[in-house]
Design a protein around this ligand. Structure first.
Ligand code: MLC
Ligand code: AMP
Length: 510
């Protein structure tokens, strides 16, 4: 049997292939893509990949702006049996150099404006093929694919074969590539289809980037597997999104998107009348946002929890709506095991707080070429240690109370303090630094850096931030940088980040 994920998605396309699959929403002129367009476009790109005669399971690394053509490229990589490696558009040269060096992609696709520096990095790393793909379908990828046949049979894949690698930062050291299989992705998409009761006629507002789990897998797989139309925003615009609620039924977002929509006067019960389901995830949804949304719209946001390594793990119930509990991430999804252990690996009683561990068909295969790191993250009985800290109550609801991993989540993007500290510490005149996350009304958490200068060096917080902008992705750049004489330390000499967080907690108070 062919377990290629594309085959399962294709089987769910509606009978009328000429109906609209995707309508773009943020250009002056909407563009309409039919199901046939998705099938043909991805077939042509898959045939282009086949013509390159790459070894099986070659990596195809992609850093492009969001577009329907970029989604076709993803589908083409699935069809061709290769491995999709999406990269955040905010990543700068140093970050791309690491990913390309580590994953050794056979093909790199980048935006036209970045071709110069991306291709230099890629060719240096041994990549043979670099194509461009612009926001509006321009670039060499589609130019070449245009000469290819528009029919393609998906390459047979087993459940356990790799479909994608998603880089996720590590607490120490560099990012790790989480290897997800066709089976991981399809099993999770099917579970979510039932859990969220996807129905005929559903229309999804797709407003998230397509280089992370949330926008790429949870949102697009959901719509494709249900044969549902997507209203597709290249960039999130709260007012424009609300204006389309009247034609849609499902919305997925990180908490920042809900906070921004709540600031719009147009958000009313009438505006949401046609909507069936609002889903939030990727970062904690504040109870305040959960309550405000209900008061303003009459809808209860359904919060769920997942990771790059596992896709989705838990979800609040679809029915009854009153069973969706704010502040919790709901119940383990069918087939997913969730348990809480203390730091010695001992089971904990109901309601006690400990490390969240998970298992199931959705849990990834391991970190790309990092067997030791992979082994570290699994228990001896093969449960994956999420690094999240939480509790499970008597009804099975999971509440995340914190993280054992030193992670900041800002607007749904992960930032690892150790990475930012490393870059700051390399700047001239810097003796040491500490990076912490503090509450932020828009992004949930914001990155703040506290820096100590070397004797005799004069440092300026704003200059440091400006220098960082060219070196690391914009969302990782501290929103505030303080230069101080010393970092607070405990008796063991360890920096007391809790004191820094406390000291700066009101920095961005609304
Ligand atoms: C942008 N900026 C951010 C930021 N996004 N800073 C911190 N955190 C972020 N998330 C920077 C910009 O570069 C800019 O910097 C300044 O902040 C203001 O930008 P903006 O115009 O307000 O940002 P915008 O472009 O509107 O983007 C905000 C956003 C975006 C919330 C729409 O960040 C976003 O789409 N987030 C979703 C992330 C996501 O999909 N996560 C899923 C991960 S999957 P300057 O210096 O230029 O002013 C996962 C698993 C799971 O976690 O469970 O789902
Ligand atoms: P990523 O590495 O980008 O896949 O991020 C995964 C992490 O996001 C998880 O380990 C959690 O810490 C966090 N996360 C995802 N969903 C939620 C949620 N609903 N509430 C709190 N944290 C979440």
């Amino acid at each position: 049997m062919n377990s290629n994920l594309y085959s399962a998605l294709r089987a769910a396309f509606p009978a009328d292939l000429d109906s609209t699959a995707i309508e773009t929403a943020d250009a002056a002129q909407p563009r309409y893509y039919t199901w046939r367009d998705l099938e043909r476009g991805s077939a042509m790109i898959a045939n282009l990949l086949a013509s390159l005669e790459l070894p099986p399971a070659s990596r195809v690394a992609v850093q492009t702006e969001k577009s329907v053509e970029a989604l076709m490229l993803y589908l083409a990589v699935l069809r061709s049996g290769h491995v999709f490696l999406p990269l955040n558009t905010a990543y700068q040269a140093g970050e791309i150099e690491y990913f390309v060096g580590n994953a050794e992609p056979a093909v790199v696709v980048c935006s036209e404006k970045n071709f110069g520096w991306v291709s230099t990095i890629a060719f240096k790393a041994g990549t043979k093929h670099v194509y461009t793909l612009g926001e509006h379908g321009t670039g060499t990828l589609l130019d070449r694919a245009a000469f290819q046949p528009d029919q393609h049979t998906p390459v047979p894949r087993a459940v356990d074969d790799l479909a994608a690698i998603l880089y996720t930062s590590g607490t120490t050291g560099r990012s790790k590539g989480a290897m997800l299989t066709h089976g991981n992705l399809l099993s999770n998409a099917k579970v979510l289809k039932d859990a969220w009761a996807w129905q005929p006629g559903d229309v999804l507002i797709h407003a998230l980037p397509i280089f992370h789990v949330h926008g790429l897998f949870v949102a697009t797989h959901g719509a494709l597997l249900n044969g549902s139309k997507m209203i597709w925003f290249g960039r999130f615009d709260p007012r424009a999104a609300i204006a389309r609620f009247a034609e849609a039924s499902v919305f997925m977002g990180v908490p920042t998107l809900y906070v921004r929509m709540l600031a719009e006067a147009a958000l009313t019960p009438q505006a949401c009348e046609h909507m069936r389901l609002f889903i939030s995830g990727s970062a904690p949804l504040l109870t305040e946002t959960f309550n405000d949304w209900r008061a303003r719209t009459g809808h209860t946001i359904l919060e769920r929890y997942g990771m790059s390594e596992t896709v989705m793990l838990t979800s609040n119930p679809y029915r009854p709506e009153s069973a969706r509990r704010g502040g919790t991430v709901g119940l383990a999804l069918p087939g997913v095991g969730v348990r809480v252990r203390d730091d010695k690996g001992h089971p904990l009683a109901t309601g006690e707080i400990g490390g969240i561990e998970v298992r199931g068909p959705n849990v990834f295969k391991g970190y790309w070429r990092m067997p030791e790191k992979t082994a570290d993250e699994f228990t001896t009985d093969l449960w994956f240690k999420t690094g999240d800290v939480g509790r499970i109550d008597a009804d099975g609801y999971v509440t995340i109370v914190g993280r054992s991993k030193d992670l900041i989540i800002s607007g749904g993007y992960n930032v690892y303090p150790a990475e930012i500290e490393g870059v700051i510490n390399d700047l001239p005149g810097v003796a040491e630094s500490a990076v912490v996350g503090v509450p932020h009304p828009d992004f949930g958490e914001a990155v703040v850096a506290v820096v100590v200068a070397k004797p005799g060096a004069a440092l300026d917080g704003r200059e440091i931030a400006a220098t960082l902008k060219g070196r690391i992705a914009n969302f990782k750049v501290p929103k505030q940088t303080f230069v101080v004489a010393d970092l607070p330390r405990n008796a063991m000499g360890k920096v007391q980040k809790n004191l820094l967080r406390e000291q700066h907690k009101a920095l961005f108070a609304a």
